[in-house]
Design a protein around this ligand. Structure first.
Ligand SMILES: [Zn+2]
Length: 474
Protein backbone atom coordinates (compact mmCIF):
# COMPACT_ATOMS: atom_id res chain seq x y z
CA UNK A 1 0.00 0.00 0.00
CA UNK A 2 1.08 3.61 -0.52
CA UNK A 3 2.19 6.21 2.00
CA UNK A 4 -1.10 8.10 1.77
CA UNK A 5 -0.22 10.70 4.41
CA UNK A 6 2.78 11.85 2.40
CA UNK A 7 0.69 11.92 -0.78
CA UNK A 8 -2.01 13.95 1.00
CA UNK A 9 0.64 16.48 2.10
CA UNK A 10 1.63 17.12 -1.53
CA UNK A 11 -1.92 17.97 -2.63
CA UNK A 12 -2.26 21.58 -3.58
CA UNK A 13 -5.92 22.54 -4.00
CA UNK A 14 -7.80 25.13 -1.94
CA UNK A 15 -10.60 22.76 -0.82
CA UNK A 16 -12.24 22.82 2.63
CA UNK A 17 -11.56 19.09 3.03
CA UNK A 18 -9.58 16.50 1.06
CA UNK A 19 -9.71 12.71 1.48
CA UNK A 20 -7.75 9.89 -0.13
CA UNK A 21 -9.13 6.37 -0.24
CA UNK A 22 -6.78 3.70 -1.56
CA UNK A 23 -8.25 0.28 -2.43
CA UNK A 24 -6.29 -2.79 -3.40
CA UNK A 25 -8.14 -6.00 -4.22
CA UNK A 26 -7.20 -9.45 -5.48
CA UNK A 27 -10.06 -11.69 -6.56
CA UNK A 28 -9.28 -15.33 -7.32
CA UNK A 29 -11.98 -17.41 -8.95
CA UNK A 30 -11.76 -21.17 -9.39
CA UNK A 31 -14.62 -23.22 -10.79
CA UNK A 32 -15.21 -26.71 -12.12
CA UNK A 33 -18.19 -27.68 -14.22
CA UNK A 34 -18.87 -31.27 -15.18
CA UNK A 35 -15.30 -32.18 -14.22
CA UNK A 36 -13.80 -29.53 -16.53
CA UNK A 37 -12.02 -26.42 -15.22
CA UNK A 38 -14.12 -23.36 -16.16
CA UNK A 39 -12.14 -20.64 -14.51
CA UNK A 40 -8.78 -20.25 -12.82
CA UNK A 41 -8.31 -16.51 -12.76
CA UNK A 42 -6.85 -13.96 -10.43
CA UNK A 43 -7.68 -10.29 -10.99
CA UNK A 44 -5.98 -7.37 -9.26
CA UNK A 45 -7.19 -3.82 -8.98
CA UNK A 46 -5.42 -0.99 -7.18
CA UNK A 47 -5.96 2.75 -7.19
CA UNK A 48 -6.83 5.88 -5.25
CA UNK A 49 -10.01 7.94 -5.08
CA UNK A 50 -9.44 11.64 -4.33
CA UNK A 51 -12.41 13.42 -2.79
CA UNK A 52 -12.65 17.14 -2.11
CA UNK A 53 -15.25 19.41 -0.55
CA UNK A 54 -15.53 22.87 -2.06
CA UNK A 55 -18.33 25.40 -1.75
CA UNK A 56 -20.59 22.78 -0.12
CA UNK A 57 -20.13 20.32 -2.97
CA UNK A 58 -18.14 17.07 -3.07
CA UNK A 59 -16.02 16.37 -6.15
CA UNK A 60 -14.41 13.05 -7.01
CA UNK A 61 -11.61 11.86 -9.28
CA UNK A 62 -9.95 8.45 -9.25
CA UNK A 63 -6.54 7.42 -10.50
CA UNK A 64 -4.39 4.34 -10.79
CA UNK A 65 -1.32 6.57 -11.15
CA UNK A 66 -0.44 6.59 -7.45
CA UNK A 67 2.53 8.98 -7.72
CA UNK A 68 2.41 12.48 -6.30
CA UNK A 69 1.90 13.72 -9.88
CA UNK A 70 -1.00 11.32 -10.53
CA UNK A 71 -2.77 12.04 -7.24
CA UNK A 72 -2.36 15.81 -7.68
CA UNK A 73 -3.77 15.63 -11.19
CA UNK A 74 -6.80 13.74 -9.81
CA UNK A 75 -7.14 16.27 -6.95
CA UNK A 76 -7.26 19.17 -9.41
CA UNK A 77 -9.85 17.35 -11.47
CA UNK A 78 -11.94 16.57 -8.34
CA UNK A 79 -11.69 20.24 -7.33
CA UNK A 80 -12.82 21.40 -10.78
CA UNK A 81 -15.73 18.93 -10.66
CA UNK A 82 -16.80 20.26 -7.25
CA UNK A 83 -16.45 23.88 -8.39
CA UNK A 84 -18.56 23.40 -11.52
CA UNK A 85 -21.16 21.20 -9.80
CA UNK A 86 -21.49 23.60 -6.85
CA UNK A 87 -23.43 26.01 -9.10
CA UNK A 88 -26.17 23.37 -9.33
CA UNK A 89 -25.93 21.74 -5.90
CA UNK A 90 -29.01 19.97 -4.56
CA UNK A 91 -27.62 20.40 -1.06
CA UNK A 92 -24.69 22.30 0.48
CA UNK A 93 -22.63 19.99 2.71
CA UNK A 94 -20.18 20.96 5.40
CA UNK A 95 -17.16 18.88 6.57
CA UNK A 96 -19.22 17.38 9.47
CA UNK A 97 -20.38 14.65 7.07
CA UNK A 98 -16.77 13.40 7.00
CA UNK A 99 -16.00 12.56 10.65
CA UNK A 100 -12.46 11.77 11.75
CA UNK A 101 -11.75 8.03 11.44
CA UNK A 102 -8.69 6.52 13.11
CA UNK A 103 -8.25 2.76 13.58
CA UNK A 104 -7.66 -0.63 12.03
CA UNK A 105 -9.87 -3.58 11.13
CA UNK A 106 -8.91 -7.05 10.01
CA UNK A 107 -11.13 -10.03 9.12
CA UNK A 108 -10.81 -12.95 11.52
CA UNK A 109 -9.57 -16.16 9.91
CA UNK A 110 -7.48 -19.25 10.63
CA UNK A 111 -5.98 -20.01 7.19
CA UNK A 112 -4.92 -17.16 4.91
CA UNK A 113 -5.54 -16.85 1.15
CA UNK A 114 -2.27 -18.55 0.23
CA UNK A 115 -2.67 -21.49 2.62
CA UNK A 116 -4.03 -23.70 -0.18
CA UNK A 117 -2.40 -23.84 -3.62
CA UNK A 118 -4.39 -23.57 -6.85
CA UNK A 119 -3.89 -27.32 -7.27
CA UNK A 120 -5.17 -28.12 -3.78
CA UNK A 121 -8.29 -25.97 -4.24
CA UNK A 122 -8.98 -27.51 -7.66
CA UNK A 123 -8.60 -30.97 -6.18
CA UNK A 124 -11.29 -30.29 -3.56
CA UNK A 125 -13.61 -28.84 -6.23
CA UNK A 126 -13.02 -31.79 -8.59
CA UNK A 127 -13.71 -34.27 -5.82
CA UNK A 128 -16.96 -32.40 -5.04
CA UNK A 129 -17.85 -32.43 -8.74
CA UNK A 130 -17.13 -36.16 -9.03
CA UNK A 131 -19.48 -36.85 -6.13
CA UNK A 132 -22.21 -34.64 -7.64
CA UNK A 133 -21.90 -36.53 -10.96
CA UNK A 134 -22.33 -39.90 -9.25
CA UNK A 135 -25.95 -40.35 -10.36
CA UNK A 136 -26.79 -40.87 -14.04
CA UNK A 137 -29.74 -38.49 -13.56
CA UNK A 138 -27.31 -35.56 -13.12
CA UNK A 139 -27.12 -33.44 -16.27
CA UNK A 140 -24.81 -30.77 -14.90
CA UNK A 141 -22.79 -30.12 -11.74
CA UNK A 142 -20.67 -27.14 -10.72
CA UNK A 143 -18.35 -26.38 -7.82
CA UNK A 144 -16.74 -23.00 -7.22
CA UNK A 145 -14.64 -20.99 -4.79
CA UNK A 146 -13.90 -17.27 -4.92
CA UNK A 147 -11.29 -15.77 -2.62
CA UNK A 148 -11.27 -11.99 -2.22
CA UNK A 149 -8.54 -10.05 -0.43
CA UNK A 150 -9.27 -6.34 -0.07
CA UNK A 151 -7.40 -3.58 1.71
CA UNK A 152 -8.70 -0.05 2.26
CA UNK A 153 -6.51 2.85 3.38
CA UNK A 154 -8.15 6.17 4.21
CA UNK A 155 -6.57 9.50 5.16
CA UNK A 156 -8.05 13.00 5.15
CA UNK A 157 -7.18 16.55 6.04
CA UNK A 158 -9.30 16.16 9.22
CA UNK A 159 -6.71 13.70 10.62
CA UNK A 160 -8.45 10.49 9.55
CA UNK A 161 -6.09 7.54 9.21
CA UNK A 162 -7.76 4.13 8.91
CA UNK A 163 -6.73 0.78 7.51
CA UNK A 164 -9.17 -2.10 6.93
CA UNK A 165 -8.24 -5.54 5.60
CA UNK A 166 -10.78 -8.13 4.50
CA UNK A 167 -10.54 -11.78 3.57
CA UNK A 168 -13.72 -13.17 2.00
CA UNK A 169 -14.53 -16.66 0.82
CA UNK A 170 -17.50 -17.31 -1.46
CA UNK A 171 -18.32 -20.92 -2.33
CA UNK A 172 -21.06 -22.88 -4.03
CA UNK A 173 -22.00 -26.35 -5.15
CA UNK A 174 -24.86 -26.84 -7.60
CA UNK A 175 -26.44 -29.72 -9.40
CA UNK A 176 -29.09 -30.06 -12.12
CA UNK A 177 -30.94 -33.37 -12.25
CA UNK A 178 -33.26 -34.71 -14.97
CA UNK A 179 -35.80 -37.51 -14.69
CA UNK A 180 -37.99 -38.00 -17.76
CA UNK A 181 -39.09 -34.44 -18.58
CA UNK A 182 -38.54 -33.01 -15.11
CA UNK A 183 -35.44 -30.92 -14.44
CA UNK A 184 -34.63 -29.65 -10.94
CA UNK A 185 -31.76 -27.63 -9.53
CA UNK A 186 -30.33 -27.74 -6.02
CA UNK A 187 -27.45 -25.58 -4.79
CA UNK A 188 -25.91 -24.06 -1.69
CA UNK A 189 -27.01 -20.59 -2.89
CA UNK A 190 -23.59 -19.01 -3.67
CA UNK A 191 -22.98 -17.29 -0.34
CA UNK A 192 -19.92 -15.64 1.16
CA UNK A 193 -18.39 -14.88 4.53
CA UNK A 194 -15.42 -13.10 6.03
CA UNK A 195 -13.34 -16.14 6.79
CA UNK A 196 -10.24 -18.00 5.71
CA UNK A 197 -9.62 -21.10 3.68
CA UNK A 198 -10.38 -23.25 6.73
CA UNK A 199 -13.94 -23.31 5.31
CA UNK A 200 -12.69 -24.96 2.10
CA UNK A 201 -12.43 -28.10 4.14
CA UNK A 202 -13.13 -31.32 2.27
CA UNK A 203 -15.50 -32.69 4.93
CA UNK A 204 -17.64 -29.50 4.89
CA UNK A 205 -17.70 -29.38 1.08
CA UNK A 206 -18.58 -33.08 0.71
CA UNK A 207 -21.31 -32.79 3.36
CA UNK A 208 -22.89 -29.97 1.33
CA UNK A 209 -22.65 -32.01 -1.88
CA UNK A 210 -24.37 -34.96 -0.24
CA UNK A 211 -27.27 -32.76 0.92
CA UNK A 212 -27.89 -31.10 -2.44
CA UNK A 213 -27.58 -34.27 -4.52
CA UNK A 214 -29.95 -36.20 -2.22
CA UNK A 215 -32.49 -33.36 -2.30
CA UNK A 216 -32.22 -32.84 -6.08
CA UNK A 217 -32.98 -36.55 -6.61
CA UNK A 218 -35.99 -36.22 -4.28
CA UNK A 219 -37.19 -33.12 -6.15
CA UNK A 220 -37.33 -34.75 -9.62
CA UNK A 221 -39.65 -37.42 -8.21
CA UNK A 222 -41.72 -34.97 -6.14
CA UNK A 223 -45.23 -33.63 -6.69
CA UNK A 224 -45.78 -30.04 -7.71
CA UNK A 225 -46.17 -27.50 -4.90
CA UNK A 226 -49.94 -26.89 -4.37
CA UNK A 227 -51.63 -23.55 -5.11
CA UNK A 228 -53.23 -22.36 -1.89
CA UNK A 229 -53.04 -19.90 0.98
CA UNK A 230 -51.09 -21.50 3.78
CA UNK A 231 -48.47 -20.93 6.46
CA UNK A 232 -44.86 -20.75 5.30
CA UNK A 233 -41.69 -21.48 7.25
CA UNK A 234 -38.82 -19.82 5.42
CA UNK A 235 -35.28 -21.12 5.99
CA UNK A 236 -32.41 -18.60 6.37
CA UNK A 237 -31.22 -19.49 2.83
CA UNK A 238 -34.36 -17.77 1.42
CA UNK A 239 -34.94 -15.27 4.27
CA UNK A 240 -31.70 -13.65 3.10
CA UNK A 241 -33.27 -12.50 -0.16
CA UNK A 242 -36.60 -11.63 1.47
CA UNK A 243 -34.72 -9.28 3.82
CA UNK A 244 -32.50 -7.91 1.07
CA UNK A 245 -35.27 -7.04 -1.40
CA UNK A 246 -38.19 -6.09 0.84
CA UNK A 247 -36.36 -4.39 3.75
CA UNK A 248 -32.87 -3.45 2.55
CA UNK A 249 -33.56 -1.72 -0.76
CA UNK A 250 -36.73 0.16 0.30
CA UNK A 251 -34.97 1.56 3.39
CA UNK A 252 -32.04 3.06 1.43
CA UNK A 253 -32.43 6.78 2.05
CA UNK A 254 -30.95 7.81 -1.32
CA UNK A 255 -33.64 5.74 -3.01
CA UNK A 256 -36.33 7.34 -0.84
CA UNK A 257 -34.91 10.76 -1.83
CA UNK A 258 -35.23 9.76 -5.50
CA UNK A 259 -31.52 9.50 -6.42
CA UNK A 260 -31.89 5.96 -7.81
CA UNK A 261 -35.33 6.36 -9.34
CA UNK A 262 -33.93 6.35 -12.85
CA UNK A 263 -32.00 3.13 -12.41
CA UNK A 264 -32.28 0.84 -9.36
CA UNK A 265 -35.74 2.15 -8.51
CA UNK A 266 -37.63 4.09 -5.86
CA UNK A 267 -39.24 3.04 -2.57
CA UNK A 268 -42.76 2.77 -1.18
CA UNK A 269 -41.33 4.18 2.10
CA UNK A 270 -41.66 7.96 2.57
CA UNK A 271 -39.50 10.10 4.87
CA UNK A 272 -42.43 10.76 7.20
CA UNK A 273 -42.93 6.99 7.70
CA UNK A 274 -39.90 6.89 10.01
CA UNK A 275 -41.00 6.65 13.62
CA UNK A 276 -44.53 5.71 12.54
CA UNK A 277 -44.84 2.93 9.97
CA UNK A 278 -45.78 -0.48 11.34
CA UNK A 279 -43.52 -2.38 8.94
CA UNK A 280 -44.14 -5.77 10.49
CA UNK A 281 -45.53 -7.68 13.44
CA UNK A 282 -44.27 -6.97 16.97
CA UNK A 283 -41.72 -9.79 16.86
CA UNK A 284 -39.90 -8.23 13.89
CA UNK A 285 -36.55 -6.66 14.86
CA UNK A 286 -34.15 -5.62 12.12
CA UNK A 287 -30.65 -4.29 12.71
CA UNK A 288 -27.76 -2.76 10.83
CA UNK A 289 -25.05 -4.84 12.49
CA UNK A 290 -21.39 -4.55 11.48
CA UNK A 291 -20.21 -6.48 14.55
CA UNK A 292 -20.71 -10.15 13.53
CA UNK A 293 -17.15 -11.20 12.70
CA UNK A 294 -17.80 -13.72 9.92
CA UNK A 295 -20.52 -11.70 8.18
CA UNK A 296 -19.51 -10.30 4.80
CA UNK A 297 -19.96 -6.56 5.44
CA UNK A 298 -18.54 -6.25 8.96
CA UNK A 299 -16.12 -3.32 9.20
CA UNK A 300 -15.00 -0.50 11.47
CA UNK A 301 -15.67 2.57 9.30
CA UNK A 302 -17.71 3.26 6.19
CA UNK A 303 -16.13 5.11 3.26
CA UNK A 304 -17.15 8.50 4.66
CA UNK A 305 -15.28 7.74 7.92
CA UNK A 306 -18.36 7.09 10.06
CA UNK A 307 -17.77 4.52 12.83
CA UNK A 308 -19.86 1.41 12.21
CA UNK A 309 -22.13 0.48 15.11
CA UNK A 310 -25.12 -1.78 15.56
CA UNK A 311 -28.43 0.07 15.19
CA UNK A 312 -32.08 -0.97 15.11
CA UNK A 313 -33.85 -0.03 11.88
CA UNK A 314 -37.12 -1.76 12.78
CA UNK A 315 -37.91 -2.37 16.43
CA UNK A 316 -40.88 -4.46 17.55
CA UNK A 317 -42.29 -4.01 14.06
CA UNK A 318 -41.98 -0.21 13.92
CA UNK A 319 -39.75 1.55 11.37
CA UNK A 320 -37.34 3.80 13.27
CA UNK A 321 -34.23 4.28 11.12
CA UNK A 322 -33.19 3.97 7.46
CA UNK A 323 -30.10 2.90 5.58
CA UNK A 324 -28.44 6.24 4.95
CA UNK A 325 -24.95 7.54 5.64
CA UNK A 326 -24.10 11.00 6.96
CA UNK A 327 -24.79 12.80 3.68
CA UNK A 328 -28.27 11.27 3.61
CA UNK A 329 -28.75 12.18 7.27
CA UNK A 330 -27.95 15.82 6.45
CA UNK A 331 -30.37 15.79 3.51
CA UNK A 332 -33.24 13.85 5.09
CA UNK A 333 -33.05 14.39 8.85
CA UNK A 334 -33.21 10.59 9.34
CA UNK A 335 -30.47 9.27 11.72
CA UNK A 336 -27.41 7.88 9.91
CA UNK A 337 -25.87 4.42 9.92
CA UNK A 338 -22.35 3.76 8.62
CA UNK A 339 -23.42 2.44 5.23
CA UNK A 340 -21.85 5.02 2.87
CA UNK A 341 -19.86 2.59 0.74
CA UNK A 342 -18.09 2.32 -2.59
CA UNK A 343 -17.42 -0.89 -4.52
CA UNK A 344 -13.81 0.07 -5.31
CA UNK A 345 -11.27 2.90 -5.64
CA UNK A 346 -12.89 4.18 -8.84
CA UNK A 347 -16.39 4.72 -7.45
CA UNK A 348 -17.88 7.37 -5.14
CA UNK A 349 -19.60 6.01 -2.03
CA UNK A 350 -23.41 5.84 -1.91
CA UNK A 351 -25.97 4.43 0.56
CA UNK A 352 -25.58 0.64 0.51
CA UNK A 353 -26.73 -2.24 2.57
CA UNK A 354 -24.00 -3.72 4.73
CA UNK A 355 -24.93 -6.35 7.30
CA UNK A 356 -28.70 -6.12 7.50
CA UNK A 357 -30.00 -8.72 9.92
CA UNK A 358 -33.22 -10.04 11.40
CA UNK A 359 -32.67 -10.55 15.11
CA UNK A 360 -33.41 -14.04 16.48
CA UNK A 361 -36.64 -14.65 18.41
CA UNK A 362 -37.72 -17.34 20.84
CA UNK A 363 -39.04 -20.29 18.83
CA UNK A 364 -37.23 -23.52 18.01
CA UNK A 365 -37.67 -24.97 14.55
CA UNK A 366 -39.76 -27.74 16.12
CA UNK A 367 -42.05 -25.18 17.83
CA UNK A 368 -42.70 -23.55 14.48
CA UNK A 369 -43.39 -26.80 12.59
CA UNK A 370 -45.64 -28.20 15.30
CA UNK A 371 -47.75 -25.02 15.35
CA UNK A 372 -48.64 -25.37 11.64
CA UNK A 373 -51.74 -27.31 10.63
CA UNK A 374 -51.18 -26.90 6.90
CA UNK A 375 -48.18 -25.18 5.40
CA UNK A 376 -44.87 -25.45 3.63
CA UNK A 377 -41.19 -25.22 4.56
CA UNK A 378 -38.92 -23.71 1.87
CA UNK A 379 -35.16 -23.43 1.34
CA UNK A 380 -32.76 -21.61 -1.04
CA UNK A 381 -33.83 -18.92 -3.46
CA UNK A 382 -34.23 -19.86 -7.13
CA UNK A 383 -35.95 -16.83 -8.65
CA UNK A 384 -37.21 -13.42 -7.62
CA UNK A 385 -39.20 -10.48 -8.82
CA UNK A 386 -40.07 -7.24 -7.01
CA UNK A 387 -41.40 -3.96 -8.33
CA UNK A 388 -39.50 -0.65 -8.47
CA UNK A 389 -41.12 0.52 -5.22
CA UNK A 390 -40.06 -2.71 -3.48
CA UNK A 391 -43.65 -3.46 -2.63
CA UNK A 392 -45.13 -6.41 -4.55
CA UNK A 393 -42.89 -9.46 -4.84
CA UNK A 394 -42.76 -13.10 -5.70
CA UNK A 395 -40.02 -15.59 -4.89
CA UNK A 396 -39.32 -19.12 -6.08
CA UNK A 397 -37.29 -21.58 -4.03
CA UNK A 398 -35.36 -24.70 -4.92
CA UNK A 399 -36.77 -26.98 -2.24
CA UNK A 400 -40.08 -27.33 -0.41
CA UNK A 401 -41.63 -29.71 2.08
CA UNK A 402 -45.25 -29.72 3.11
CA UNK A 403 -46.22 -29.38 6.76
CA UNK A 404 -49.36 -31.28 7.73
CA UNK A 405 -50.80 -31.42 11.26
CA UNK A 406 -47.60 -30.16 12.83
CA UNK A 407 -45.23 -32.46 10.94
CA UNK A 408 -42.91 -32.11 7.94
CA UNK A 409 -44.24 -34.48 5.28
CA UNK A 410 -43.60 -34.88 1.55
CA UNK A 411 -41.11 -32.98 -0.60
CA UNK A 412 -42.67 -30.74 -3.28
CA UNK A 413 -41.03 -29.14 -6.30
CA UNK A 414 -41.22 -25.56 -7.62
CA UNK A 415 -42.45 -23.86 -4.44
CA UNK A 416 -43.21 -20.14 -4.84
CA UNK A 417 -44.89 -17.51 -2.72
CA UNK A 418 -46.02 -13.96 -3.34
CA UNK A 419 -46.93 -10.98 -1.18
CA UNK A 420 -46.84 -7.26 -0.55
CA UNK A 421 -44.06 -5.99 1.72
CA UNK A 422 -45.78 -4.59 4.83
CA UNK A 423 -48.77 -7.01 4.94
CA UNK A 424 -46.26 -9.84 4.49
CA UNK A 425 -44.01 -8.73 7.36
CA UNK A 426 -47.10 -8.10 9.49
CA UNK A 427 -48.01 -11.76 9.01
CA UNK A 428 -44.73 -12.80 10.68
CA UNK A 429 -46.03 -15.15 13.36
CA UNK A 430 -42.95 -16.83 14.88
CA UNK A 431 -39.25 -15.97 14.74
CA UNK A 432 -36.68 -18.74 15.16
CA UNK A 433 -34.23 -18.62 18.05
CA UNK A 434 -30.41 -18.73 17.95
CA UNK A 435 -30.46 -22.43 17.05
CA UNK A 436 -32.02 -21.54 13.66
CA UNK A 437 -29.88 -18.42 13.09
CA UNK A 438 -27.47 -18.48 10.14
CA UNK A 439 -25.07 -15.95 8.62
CA UNK A 440 -25.15 -15.50 4.85
CA UNK A 441 -23.89 -12.93 2.40
CA UNK A 442 -24.48 -12.13 -1.23
CA UNK A 443 -21.56 -11.00 -3.37
CA UNK A 444 -23.51 -9.12 -6.01
CA UNK A 445 -25.87 -6.35 -4.95
CA UNK A 446 -25.99 -3.84 -7.81
CA UNK A 447 -26.81 -0.14 -7.63
CA UNK A 448 -25.59 3.27 -8.80
CA UNK A 449 -24.62 4.91 -12.08
CA UNK A 450 -21.89 4.05 -13.01
CA UNK A 451 -22.80 0.66 -11.62
CA UNK A 452 -21.37 -0.61 -8.36
CA UNK A 453 -21.57 -4.28 -7.40
CA UNK A 454 -21.05 -4.69 -3.69
CA UNK A 455 -20.92 -7.46 -1.09
CA UNK A 456 -23.56 -7.45 1.65
CA UNK A 457 -24.29 -9.71 4.62
CA UNK A 458 -27.61 -10.95 5.98
CA UNK A 459 -27.95 -13.04 9.12
CA UNK A 460 -31.32 -14.39 10.07
CA UNK A 461 -33.24 -17.13 11.84
CA UNK A 462 -35.90 -19.27 10.16
CA UNK A 463 -39.34 -17.60 10.35
CA UNK A 464 -42.99 -18.58 10.19
CA UNK A 465 -45.42 -16.38 8.21
CA UNK A 466 -49.15 -17.08 8.34
CA UNK A 467 -51.66 -17.29 5.53
CA UNK A 468 -49.39 -16.62 2.54
CA UNK A 469 -50.26 -17.11 -1.12
CA UNK A 470 -48.26 -20.19 -2.18
CA UNK A 471 -48.13 -21.60 -5.70
CA UNK A 472 -46.36 -24.20 -7.80
CA UNK A 473 -44.59 -24.05 -11.15
CA UNK A 474 -46.45 -22.92 -14.25
ZN1 LIG B 1 -29.42 -5.60 -3.96
Amino acid sequence: MKDLKSLLNTIDVSAEWVGLREVKETKTYRSIRDLNPQSNTSVDTHGIMVEVLHNGQFGYAATNNMTSFGVNKAAKSAFENAKIASHNSLFKFNPDVRPKAVGNYKSKFLKDASSLSAGEINQILIKANQFLKSSDKVISASSMAMIVETEFNYVCTNGSDANQQFLILITDQAVNVKDNDVIQRRSMGRMGHQMGLEALNEDIVMGNCEKILTEALELVKADECPNEKMDVIIAPSQMVLQIHESIGHPLEIDRILGDERNYAGWSFVRLDDFGKLKYGSEIMNVTFDPTISNEMASYMFDDGGMKAEKKYLIKEGKLICGLGGMESQARSGIPAVANFRSSSWNRAPIDRMANLNLEPGESTFKDMVSSVERGIYVETNKSWSIDDYRNKFQFGMEYGRLIEDGKLTKVVKNPNYRGVTTPFWNSLKMVGNESTFEVFGTPNCGKGEPNQVIRVGHATPACLFSNIEVFGGA
